[in-house]
Design a protein around this ligand. Structure first.
Ligand code: ADP
Length: 404
């Protein structure tokens, strides 16, 4: 027996087994490395620039219908439409074979770019990193890894929203100022024309009386407008401080009634005041501003209701929220024109004008509710609106007011 031959045979067999074992071990290690990298990246591909092929190691886009080993240009055609329309050209350019070949020839090591991918209605930011094989102008193998980096962009969205908000607010302010200049001209023109007529008709007492009445009305409208602009300006500048005066709630309501009385009489309207469950009448808070809130709500109720209609003003003391305070609900309900559902959310914003034909007979500002809401916010209360067009509106204000 030729032992040398036999031993060589055993030796070859051992070597072969060793090679197979090594390959097997390598393959396991490769799998482990890939699975570890796969924990970081959502997708891993290898692109063969020369063959124009892509091999997929891992892919999160289950919905893509392509083979794991396919032509790169076919793959890119399925990928690009899944991205944001504004990013599609940039992505196609970033991953074009020509670009990859150029970068490879230049000895580029890595390249990264983020694009927005559609994830069923929303867009998530995907970082695409290209890792070149490292041999300058070498065989042209590139690894492409992708991962979700939406969190990097989270801070951008609020800034963009803020910018959009500022733009809208500028447009609203500009529109408002244009409209306001027109609104100021109406009573101002009336005052100028009526005083001219009065001067020309000094002897006619009846006519003089009518002219003076219009001058007075127009002056009051101007004053109301200016007051609201000043209030809004004061609130927006942050100068407003909530006062703590002692007052009686029933006296405050009586004052409000007497202020509003002329408006109600002019439209033959009736204000029904109801108190419910009032346990504390002596309070301590910003009486002037409470007055302003209620007068604004009741005068709106009167303006936007028909002649002869009824307005309900109900004051309820709610259960005691914390010691030293009383909690009050003020409800102003009218049976007037109501407020369109689309406008209900925006009605408390400054400089937003409703556009209704009824409104065209009534003077302006459209700041009253914005001022009202701001004061209520400063008092840490809340205001709610329920309204149905053609049936009427109910504004509910809830406030905590200190007890003396
Ligand atoms: P203004 O300061 O001009 O009175 P507001 O800010 O108080 O304006 O109100 C803004 C708009 O809200 C009004 O122009 C009107 O269209 C609508 N509105 C307010 N209150 C009522 C109400 N009770 N019924 C119907 N519409 C109302």
């Amino acid at each position: 027996m030729d032992h040398t031959y036999y031993n060589e045979k055993i030796c070859c067999a051992d070597k072969g087994k060793e090679i197979v074992d090594n390959l097997h071990r390598m393959s396991i290690i490769n799998q482990q490395i890939l699975s570890a990298i796969g924990n970081i990246y959502t997708a891993i591909y290898q692109i063969d620039i020369t063959a124009g092929e892509i091999y997929c190691f891992k892919d999160d886009m289950v919905r893509i219908n392509y083979n794991s080993d396919c032509k790169f240009n076919d793959w890119i055609k399925t990928i690009v439409p899944q991205y944001h329309p504004d990013d599609r050209d940039k992505l196609a350019q970033f991953l074009s074979l020509e670009k990859l070949a150029d970068e490879n020839a230049l000895g580029t090591k890595t390249l990264e770019a983020d694009f927005r991918r559609d994830t069923g209605g929303n867009y998530s930011w995907v970082a695409n990193t290209l890792i070149f094989d490292g041999y300058n102008g070498g065989p042209g193998l590139v690894i492409l890894v992708q991962k979700d980096v939406s969190s990097r962009y989270e801070w951008i969205q609020p800034l963009e929203d803020e910018l959009e908000c500022a733009r809208n607010s500028n447009t609203a302010t500009r529109d408002f100022l244009t409209q306001m200049s027109r609104d100021i001209r109406i009573p101002l023109n009336a005052i100028i024309s009526m005083t001219k007529l009065a001067i020309a008709n000094m002897e006619d007492i009846d006519k003089l009386g009518k002219y003076l009445y219009t001058v007075n009305e127009s002056g009051n409208q101007l004053l109301e407008l200016m007051d609201k602009i000043l209030d809004m300006n004061e609130i927006e500048s942050g100068d407003t401080k909530i006062q703590r005066d002692k007052f009686r709630i029933d006296s405050l309501i009586k004052e409000i009634q007497s202020i509003i009385e002329p408006d109600l009489m002019a439209k033959s309207q009736n204000l029904v005041v109801q108190y419910s469950n009032i346990r504390h009448t002596k309070l301590m808070g910003d009486k002037v501003r409470l007055h302003k809130i209620m007068v604004n709500l009741i005068s709106n109720a009167s303006k936007f209701s028909y002649e002869g209609s009824e307005i309900e003003f109900t004051i309820t003391e709610l259960s005691v929220p914390r010691s030293g305070y009383g909690q009050y609900r003020f409800e102003v309900r009218d049976y007037g024109i109501g407020i369109d559902e689309n406008m209900q959310d925006r009605i408390f914003e400054p400089f937003v004008r409703t556009d209704d034909s009824y409104r065209s007979h009534i003077p302006y500002a459209e700041l009253g509710l914005a001022v009202t809401k701001n004061i209520i916010d400063m008092m840490k209360g809340n205001i709610k609106l329920e309204s149905t067009v053609g049936e009427g509106s109910c504004f509910t204000v809830i406030l905590e007011i200190a007890l003396p």
